[in-house]
Design a protein around this ligand. Structure first.
Ligand code: NAD
Ligand code: LMR
Length: 334
């Protein structure tokens, strides 16, 4: 009897025991993100891969007394494949960050091939994993991953996510600074994509829909270009890493809760979306409910102000080009 109960408990608790892999784990985002994943009780195997220092970061984190093993890998001895095998969730912050004066699109030439190659490895070694793409430009790297997965015959649009959560965190924080509230109580849905004008905060859906125009315009601009603030302040040493780690850990935590069957887990995220496909926009960020199979429901944008309607229209035009650039890259460089 006892052993039957334990067996049952073991198998149901397996729904709360996940292997999470971070690719680019020794970088500015990768290290704090890996730390936060080490603190997530749903993670029982944490697998860290980087071109350098993967093992060092893993050994360091492995001394923290939470219920997960941590293993680090480098490129030697087929480390990437071993790191990925059996993963439930793969976070990808590998690639170069911006310096002042650069756009995210300026990172395309370097990061496109990094993300393509990591996506190939994920397709071969963990075809059922949920893939969370952080590497910029997200508007193009997510389509790159989808093309790679399609070419390998393992594309599951329900399990590919562009991480736009940092825009959501910034919106809460910046809005709370303007209206003088606790950011923990300010939830803002951000839709579109992850760069400049493609970032569309739906402030009309918050409690603060009547901000004076000047304040509203400044807030929207700050949310859309919040990344630049950090790039300028770091003065050539990179872009957001710590706030991004928090954002990535929140998104991964929500994906894990969805996989575990928890109810009503919703995050805005950039996915292969039905919302504007008929207009040629294959990927779009909106609120998504997460479930055991990944994306469970894609929510429509809801009622928008006329200004937001215009911002969404502008975002769609830029997104179409960013998405096509990613698709064309994989076609030309399979
Ligand atoms: P970083 O240079 O500090 O770290 C990147 C890491 O990736 C390095 O450790 C590097 O060794 C590793 N790497 C490079 N090529 C690799 C490969 N082929 N396989 C495995 N690892 C590889 O950069 P960072 O500050 O951590 O930023 C990483 C990326 O995240 C950048 O592209 C940046 O623009 C992006 N980013 C996205 C968001 C977002 O909101 N989605 C926010 C911040 C930064
Ligand atoms: C951000 O929004 O902080 C990131 O996309 C990094 C960047 O280049 O701004």
């Amino acid at each position: 009897m006892f052993s039957q109960i334990s067996t049952r408990q073991f198998s149901s608790s397996a729904r709360n025991a996940y292997k999470v892999t971070v690719l680019g784990a020794a970088g500015g985002i990768g290290q704090p993100l890996s730390l936060l994943m080490k603190l997530n009780p749903k993670v029982t195997q944490l697998s860290l891969y980087d071109l350098r220092l993967g093992k060092g970061v893993a050994t360091d984190l492995s001394h923290i007394p939470t219920n997960s093993t941590v293993t680090g890998y480098g490129p030697e001895n087929d480390g990437l494949a071993t790191a990925l095998k059996g993963s439930d969730v793969v976070l990808i912050p590998a690639g170069v960050p911006r310096k002042p004066g650069m756009t995210r699109d300026d990172l395309f030439n370097t990061n496109a091939s990094i993300v393509r190659d990591l996506a190939k490895a994920a397709a071969e070694n963990c075809p059922n994993a949920s893939l969370l793409i952080i590497s910029n430009p997200v508007n193009s790297t997510v389509p790159i991953v989808s093309e790679v997965l399609k070419s390998k015959g393992v594309y599951n649009p329900k399990k590919l996510f562009g991480v736009t959560t940092l825009d959501v965190l910034r919106s809460s924080r910046f809005l709370s600074e303007v209206v003088g509230t606790n950011p923990a109580n300010e939830t803002v849905t951000v839709v579109g994509g992850h760069s400049g004008v493609t970032i569309v905060p739906l402030l009309s859906q918050t409690k603060h829909k009547d901000l004076p125009k000047e304040q509203y315009d400044a807030l929207v601009h700050r949310i859309q270009f919040g990344g630049d603030e950090v790039v300028q302040a770091k003065d050539g040493a990179g872009s957001a890493t710590l706030s991004m780690a928090q954002a990535g850990a929140r998104m991964a935590g929500s994906v894990l809760k969805g996989l575990a069957g928890e109810a009503d887990i919703t995050e805005p995220t950039f996915i292969d979306s039905p919302l504007f496909k008929s207009e040629g926009v294959e990927f779009f960020s909106s609120r998504v409910t997460l479930g055991p199979e990944g994306v469970k429901e894609v929510h429509p944008l809801g009622t928008l102000s006329s200004v937001e309607e215009e911002m969404v229209a502008t975002a769609k035009e830029t997104l179409k080009k960013n998405i096509q650039k990613g698709i064309d890259f994989v076609k030309a460089n399979p």
